[in-house]
Design a protein around this ligand. Sequence first.
Ligand SMILES: NC(=O)c1ccc[n+]([C@@H]2O[C@H](COP(=O)([O-])OP(=O)(O)OC[C@H]3O[C@@H](n4cnc5c(N)ncnc54)[C@H](O)[C@@H]3O)[C@@H](O)[C@H]2O)c1
Length: 340
Amino acid sequence: MKSPLFLQGGLAAALHKKIASQKPSSVFIFADRRALPSTGLTADATWLPSETKKTAAQVEALQRQMVRAGVDRQSLLVAVGGGLTTDIGGFAAATFQRGIPWISVPTTLLGMADAAIGGKTAINLPEGKNLVGAFHFPIATLADIRTLRTLPEREWSSGLGEVLKSGLLGATGVLKTLATAPKSSLRRSGKTTFQLAQQSARYKCKIVRQDPTEQGERKLLNLGHTFGHALETAAGPKKLRHGEAVGLGILCALRCSVEHGLADPTWAQEIRRILQRLGLPTQFPGTFPSKARLQSLLLRDKKTRQGRLNLILPVKPGLCLQVEGVQAKEVVGILADEVK
Ligand SMILES: NC(=O)c1ccc[n+]([C@@H]2O[C@H](COP(=O)([O-])OP(=O)(O)OC[C@H]3O[C@@H](n4cnc5c(N)ncnc54)[C@H](O)[C@@H]3O)[C@@H](O)[C@H]2O)c1
């Protein structure tokens, strides 16, 4: 898997060069309508992404457009947008005529730091997020930081949630920058963002190269996700952005670590302060779900084996542990204690 190419302008030219080197029979560009103006590209199909539309029906609609446009097995799909667009576009590429090549062009910080790389593509089911998907690696990822200039405030925070995750896992320099850089520089398409996104992406690439299909070490990248996905589904559509849910999930994972004597409580407090600094929530929005509901949502996690959870627990900066065989009922109370 190639490292993403990070740019500060010149996206269209870089993309055309990459496409020309591949000599595809045709190119089909699928883009997020809100992101498109920031890219200087034109698209063959657009959509307005939302988590409720990350569905098989949406993939079918896109693939029918691809057929009508004459896309064949030697064609190339380019997905331009945030994680929703690269997840669904990548899944359409993975399954169209049993798989055609694709390029990801992330336009959110979350996409650049995480979602657009690593080859995981997916759609949701009503029962939960990303339950259907495929590993299908993009042949290239082009991330132009300038496309972030139109990104809404809340999406910056959400992206910083995934960046924080990389910092906790071991992306060099990230935690220090998040804790000390001027707050305004963390929401601008400048040098600080360029470095944070690139450091997170490089860290992810390193792990994915070692374990492309998540048999072992790659599971660490799910830090905050077991709790986060459960809280995101419990909150309901549009209540929590993905990175916000991951931030809450990280707090719950840290609390587990502290309760088991694995992590220092002052460090957990420090991470909570960083989340607040990044404009991320530290409490669940709205009415807190019942323990029974949360327990059943926790068990839908894809890492669950025979009704037991596999948790990623932070110990100190750059060190997280995988703990297998945890009973959901043992940890469900922690969610209420930590983020209610
Ligand atoms: N495949 C993976 O490894 C992976 C990893 C993490 C997250 N994800 C997935 O990614 C999704 C979240 O991605 P996201 O946070 O990027 O959300 P998103 O794709 O919904 O984008 C967030 C919002 O920003 C808008 N937007 C995007 N780029 C813009 C731009 N440049 N200017 C203005 N508006 C813009 C979008 O229209 C949307 O409203 C979730 O579905 C999550 O499951 C996947």
